[in-house]
Design a protein around this ligand. Structure first.
Ligand code: GDP
Length: 196
């Protein structure tokens, strides 16, 4: 049984003044567009359709907060990697990222990476952003599309590229591969204790 509580949409943040109170613990989810981030969030929180909120028009470039338990939050970051963000949007976006990184409650970052594609430049950028006080965990998504040899190879290659900066695992929202491990990692970072 997952230690994660019932997830619910909390708020969208479009300006630094709109962040929820910086108390408790939160973990951010990032990934290239189409990497499978929404599917991963839905599977991990066991709330099908939860992360669809982040895909509704007008919310795609915002930080979307979900509450998993009192003062325990998941932050869904906009997908990156497609056409470069317009300058005007960047002016909004960069302060938001800086604001997020400065929060005492931010414990770490899950980065969703398509296992068939491997790490991209955008992923490296977000690793740099997270460097310092934040833990890093990579989900190699859509692992159901790989055979055993391919799975082992991408796991090895990603682990080598991470070079100790974080942890990595295979994941499939579709087949539940690595689901328990992802849930346990998130729950432990959020300080959610075992269910009795
Ligand atoms: P996002 O843009 O990163 O939020 O990605 P989505 O979660 O919307 O998924 C992008 C595409 O990948 C969709 O067509 C999903 O059906 C597909 N996808 C997501 N997770 C999996 C998975 O575990 N296995 C497979 N085979 N496809 C997946």
């Amino acid at each position: 049984m997952s230690r994660l509580g019932e997830a619910r949409f909390l708020t969208s943040v479009a300006a630094t003044a709109q962040f929820p109170a910086d108390v408790g613990a939160e973990v951010a989810f990032a990934g290239r567009s189409n990497a499978g981030k929404s599917s991963a969030i839905n599977a991990i929180t066991q709330r099908r359709g939860l992360a669809r909120t982040s895909k509704t028009p007008g919310r795609t470039r915002l930080l979307n907060y979900f509450e998993l338990a009192p003062a325990r939050r998941l932050v869904d970051l906009p997908g990156y990697g497609y056409a470069s963000v317009a300058a005007a949007e960047r002016d909004v976006w960069l302060p938001l990222l800086e604001g997020l990184r400065a929060r005492a409650s931010l414990k770490g970052l899950f980065v969703i990476v398509d296992s068939r594609r491997g790490l991209t430049e955008g992923d490296e950028g977000i690793f740099e952003w997270a460097q310092g006080d934040h833990r890093l965990h990579v989900l190699l998504s859509k692992a159901d599309k790989l055979n055993r040899g391919e799975s082992a190879a991408v796991l090895r290659a990603t682990s080598a590229r991470l070079a100790g900066r974080g942890t990595v695992q295979l994941f499939s929202a579709l087949r539940g591969i690595g689901l328990h491990e992802a849930q346990e990692t998130l729950a432990s970072w959020l300080g959610l204790g075992s269910r009795s």
